[in-house]
Structures are given as C-alpha cells and as structure tokens.
Design a protein around this ligand. Structure first.
Ligand SMILES: NC(=O)c1ccc[n+]([C@@H]2O[C@H](COP(=O)([O-])OP(=O)(O)OC[C@H]3O[C@@H](n4cnc5c(N)ncnc54)[C@H](O)[C@@H]3O)[C@@H](O)[C@H]2O)c1
Length: 316
C-alpha cells in the first residue's frame, strides 16, 4: 500500500514508519520537526520505500504532496501533544491539532484518499470518567485545550465521513511509552524518570503520586494503526490501552527497579490540566481489530531503559 504518515519523525510516528517499511509498504513521511527528529528516521531513510517532506501540516504543501503521492491511507499523527503547552498557548494547540487535522481531511477528500486513521488521546478526551476503565460509550469531558482539540478532531473525522464518505477511524491512545520518546517534553514520564535515574539525577513526582495512567508500549500502538490500514476500524473510535491504571508513584518504583537505582523521588505540586486517573477499556479494539497489548509494563520498561542507556546526544 501507499501510506502517508504525518508526524513521521516523532516518537510514535517513526516507529510506525519503521514497521510499515519493514512490511513492504511505500511510505511518505511528513513532519515540521518541531518536536520530531530526523535521527528517529535514520533506518527508514536508507530504504527506497520511504520519502520524507519537512513542512507544517497546516500549510498548502500538504495538498500538493497528497495529490502527487495518491496514498491509499493517511495515518495522521502530527500534533502539538503537550498538555501543559496547550494550557499555556491554546491557540497554537488549536492551530496544529484542529486546523491541521481539517487541512489533512480536506487534502484527503480533494484527492480521493480512501481512508484516514487519526491519533486521538484516550488519556485526555474522557476527562475524569465516572467509572474506570473508560469505555468509548462514555461522554467526553476533556479538561485541557489539548483534550478538547483531540475531541474536536474526532468529530471532524466523523463529519467528513458523513459529508464526503471519507472512511476513518480514531484511535484513543493511552499513555504511550518506549524508545525514542523525548525526555525533554512533558508527556513522557517514563522517559523522564528513566533518563534521570540512568544518570543518577533527582526525579520529581508532581502531585502526591496517586494519579494514575494507562501505559501502553509503542510497538503495541503501532500494531493498532497497522490493523486499521485495510479499513477494519472504519467509522469507529477505539481505546488503545492496557485497561490498567498505574500510579505515578508505582511507575517510579518500576522504572527505578529496571534501572537498578534508588526509588526516592522528590514531590512537587500537581500541574494544571492534569487528571487524577485514567484507564482504558480496549474491548472494542479487540473485537474490531483483533488488537490487544502484548508487551507488559515490566518488559516495556526494561526495553525503554536499555534504549535510554545507549542513547546518543539528540540532534534535529
Ligand atoms: N505519546 C503519547 O502518550 C500519546 C498519547 C495519546 C495520543 N498521542 C498522539 O499521538 C501522536 C504522536 O505523538 P508522539 O508521542 O509521537 O509525539 P511527538 O511530539 O513525538 O510526535 C508528533 C510529531 O508531530 C510533528 N508536528 C507537530 N506539529 C506539526 C505541524 N504543525 N506540522 C507537521 N508536523 C508537526 C512533531 O515534529 C512530531 O514529530 C500525536 O497526535 C499525539 O497527540 C500520543
């Protein structure tokens, strides 16, 4: 298949590109490198199956590339993905996450792209659900501009399906972790803890440590996208998570164990826009895609710590 991946140089996008190229697909990657890195695409760029373009997804260049490449599917991952930044600068967040998504959908419709798969956020669209794990039937109550933008983008996908017959699927991802996650961003707590503990530096838990998240390994997330390529998820919004909440304090203990270091974080006040607890019921993804997570937290953390130990100084 011909696959176009937005956000290709990012953490999840680059793993997705590697898998698609390994599976023999012809892949075009787009990214403005605002948080992504060309280094992440080092292996893919050696392949004849992969091509890369650097530009902003809100720009007119998108139309040109989609028209020229005629992809069979667009996997839309490019985003401003930092909850705290979305609180500090909601207009920037909206521009990338809502207008950028609309630009992607317009490019798909005008060029008869058969389908689009969107990276939504199970960790933020539900807000604080009445019951855990959250199911897709629950009402959305996002508590940050980032979560609101993801919820809005999902509704645009649904509207484009109704209005233009553009099939699509939104994958509501849990807290994704694994190699290549940027420890300098706010989202990758695993990477932040692992990076600090490997170097023997202090770590900070924001809040009292009881807030919990649903951690899912990046290869499992990539597998969910791949399962959507042929249309299995069309018309759906699917949770992609483990179903289990892990508190930030528990996570610190597990990362410290994987590193072999002391488990003694400092504590600081919690940050705006962050939620007390989330876990995602992925029963629908299991039924619709045959997907379930195969990498447990212990194994995934060990693989992540191994990568952090071997990481070179990053370059864009
Ligand atoms: N990491 C998680 O836990 C998580 C959870 C839920 C959803 N998601 C979603 O998955 C997707 C990928 O996230 P990630 O963790 O890989 O983050 P990331 O920041 O590593 O990847 C996002 C990529 O998008 C690119 N980008 C940002 N703005 C752009 C723009 N205007 N034009 C072109 N490219 C742009 C960045 O340079 C980056 O490479 C995002 O849509 C994110 O919201 C991630």
């Amino acid at each position: 298949m011909r696959v176009l991946v937005t956000g290709a140089a990012g953490f999840i996008g680059s793993h997705l590109v590697d898998r698609l190229v390994a599976d023999g697909h012809r892949v075009t990657g787009l990214d403005d490198l605002s948080t992504g890195r060309l280094d992440n695409l080092g292996a893919a760029r050696k392949s004849k199956l992969f091509g890369f373009h650097r530009f902003d997804i809100t720009s007119a260049d998108l139309m040109t590339v989609v028209a020229r490449d005629e992809p069979d599917v667009v996997l839309h991952l490019a985003a401003q993905m930092d909850v705290r930044k979305s609180v500090a600068d909601p207009l920037h967040d909206t521009r990338t996450n809502v207008l950028g998504t609309v630009n992607v959908l317009e490019a798909c419709v005008r060029n008869q792209v058969p389908r689009v798969v969107f990276a939504s956020s199970g960790g933020t669209v539900y807000g604080t659900p009445p019951k855990l794990p959250a199911t897709e039937r629950m009402t959305l109550h996002p508590a940050s501009p980032y979560g609101s933008a993801k919820a809005a983008a999902e509704t645009y996908l649904a509207a484009y399906q109704r209005l233009h017959g553009l099939p699509g699927c939104s994958l509501r991802l849990g807290n994704v972790y694994g190699p290549r996650q940027d420890p300098h961003g706010e989202a990758g707590v695993v990477s932040v803890f692992a990076g600090a503990l490997v170097k023997g530096r202090p770590t900070t838990v924001f809040g009292d440590g009881t807030s919990s998240r649903d951690y899912v390994y990046v290869d499992d997330v990539v597998d969910a996208f791949v399962r959507c390529l042929g249309g299995k998820g069309d018309g759906r919004r699917l949770n992609i998570g483990s179903g289990v909440g892990t508190t930030v304090r528990q996570l610190h203990t597990l990362v410290a164990r994987a590193v072999g270091s002391a488990d003694a974080p400092e504590f600081a006040p919690s940050r705006p826009g962050e939620l007390p607890a989330i876990a995602l019921d992925s029963g629908q993804a299991r039924r619709a895609l045959g997907w379930e997570p195969v990498v447990g937290l212990k194994q995934g953390l060990a693989q992540t710590v191994e990568w952090v130990r071997g990481r070179r100084a990053p370059s864009r």
